[in-house]
Design a protein around this ligand. Structure first.
Ligand code: SF4
Ligand code: SF4
Length: 232
């Protein structure tokens, strides 16, 4: 890491990020990355008490956090971009205003892809970003920039191995069980429509909310459970 990496990591951590990484984006088409060569990926972990509640069914606490967590990520992206601007650098926060959707439930530069390029994790069998430290209980945001940053080696292979817990516990049968790698399209191992349909059914049944909300694959992942065991 160079000094600028350290400075940006410190600022993002001060603003609330739990993980920060830097990815080389130059292999991606320029229009997808706003012509920026580097992506800064950052994650905010989902609080343990929220995760513990959703192993069987979605909860109102998770519903509230779902919104506040998204807002926090967007705000963090905006504030971090402003910080880079203050250093005289170009930075584009990846917020909904700057993201193009290229199909149902699919953006042209998914934040999870950015996190793998920044070496922060891999894509689990239920298409969540999986990390060593927080399991799948972490949500990601990002910034695109021209800052002269040192980038990490990307993660290109799954570390799920023969674990199939999320595949087996998914109420929608959304995951095929196939291991992700960087060359595999999400739709080749995960059916996002099935996940959305099951989430909507469960949110309706348990909370009376007509919105796709489930999250069981976050709570049951053995790596998440390790994170849960690590604190109050
Ligand atoms: S959120 Fe629920 S329905 Fe969607 S993949 Fe995870 S466990 Fe399956
Ligand atoms: S539950 Fe197992 S297969 Fe699913 S993301 Fe976690 S480690 Fe991977």
């Amino acid at each position: 890491m160079n000094d600028l990496n350290t400075q940006i990591t410190a600022e993002l951590s001060r603003l609330g990020a739990d993980l920060v990484g830097f990815g080389d984006l130059t292999e991606l088409p320029p229009e997808v990355r706003h012509n920026m060569p580097v992506g800064i990926s950052f994650g905010i972990c989902v609080p343990r008490e929220i995760v513990r509640g959703i192993a069987e069914a979605p909860t109102l606490e998770f519903w509230d956090y779902y919104h506040s967590g998204q807002d926090d990520l967007a705000q963090l992206a905006e504030m971090s971009a402003q910080f880079l601007h203050s250093l005289g650098l170009t930075a584009v926060p990846i917020t909904k205003e700057n993201v193009k959707f290229v199909g149902p439930l699919r953006s042209e530069l998914p934040l999870k892809t950015l996190a793998t390029l920044a070496g922060l994790g891999w894509i689990g069998k239920c298409a969540l970003l999986a990390t060593e430290r927080f399991g799948t209980a972490i949500w990601f945001g990002g910034i695109l920039t021209d800052a002269p940053l040192t980038t990490s080696a990307p993660i290109t292979e799954s570390k799920c191995g023969d674990c199939n817990v999320c595949t087996q516990r998914c109420p929608g049968g959304a995951a095929s069980g196939l291991l992700w790698n960087a060359g595999l399209d999400r739709d080749d191992f995960f059916d996002a429509q099935k996940c959305a349909a099951a989430g909507r059914e469960r949110a309706n049944a348990y909370l009376g909310i007509d919105y796709p909300l489930c999250g069981r694959c976050i709570a049951v992942c053995p790596r998440t459970r390790r994170y849960l065991e690590g604190g109050e």
